[in-house]
Design a protein around this ligand. Structure first.
Ligand code: FES
Length: 192
């Protein structure tokens, strides 16, 4: 009788997967492991993310600053070449202020001239007076014509001028090239 029951039990155990040596038998018999993290562990993980995030931001900012340093920039202003626009924008007898470049662009019948606005007496900024059609220094009263020639006051010489070129129909003023002169001459004008 016992010998007949043994194969029957064995067959049932094998069907349930509980037979010794059956693959996966041990795994199926264990309950699933639930991973529970303590608040302390969660805090550590959070702090680790914050630390790595901060480090990433720091290096990203440093890299961006380094790249910006080497990136070619369009520099405009005093000391550089300035494209002030097409010749047609400056009618004859117009005087136009360019504060960034510290000059007046004066268009005369002979051509264009960029006059450095620094008074040749003691260096005050010389304004163009539309009502007088002259440059008139507010400090000690020196007066200059639209070509920069000094005609009154203590100024010892005309206003200095900057190199002007015509490039593709545009006037380009080199504010890094300033010329002194004893007298204003037509050759100081750039034909346009
Ligand atoms: S600084 Fe212009 S007149 Fe003296």
């Amino acid at each position: 009788m016992a010998t007949e029951e043994q194969p029957a039990r064995k067959a049932k155990a094998s069907a349930d997967g509980r037979e010794a040596g059956a693959p996966g038998a041990a795994r199926r018999s264990l309950p699933p492991v639930e991973r529970v993290e303590s608040p302390e562990v969660k805090r550590r993980i959070f702090m680790r993310w914050v630390m790595w995030g901060s480090a990433f931001l720091f290096f990203a900012q440093s890299a961006a600053a380094s790249l910006a340093m080497f990136w070619p920039r369009k520099v405009v202003g005093f000391g550089t070449k300035m494209d002030v626009g097409p010749v047609s924008a400056f009618p004859v007898n117009s005087v136009t202020k360019f504060a960034q470049g510290k000059f007046w662009l004066s268009r005369t019948p002979q051509g264009a001239i960029a006059l450095y606005w620094r008074c040749t007496h003691l260096g005050c900024t010389v304004p163009w007076r539309e009502d007088e059609q002259l440059f008139h220094c507010p400090c000690h009263g020196s007066i200059y014509e639209r070509n920069g020639q000094n005609i009154a006051g203590p100024a010892p010489r005309p206003l200095d001028y900057m190199t002007v070129e015509v490039v593709n129909g545009h006037l380009v003023v080199n504010t890094g090239e300033i010329h002194e002169r004893a007298v204003a001459l037509p050759q100081h004008m750039t034909p346009v």
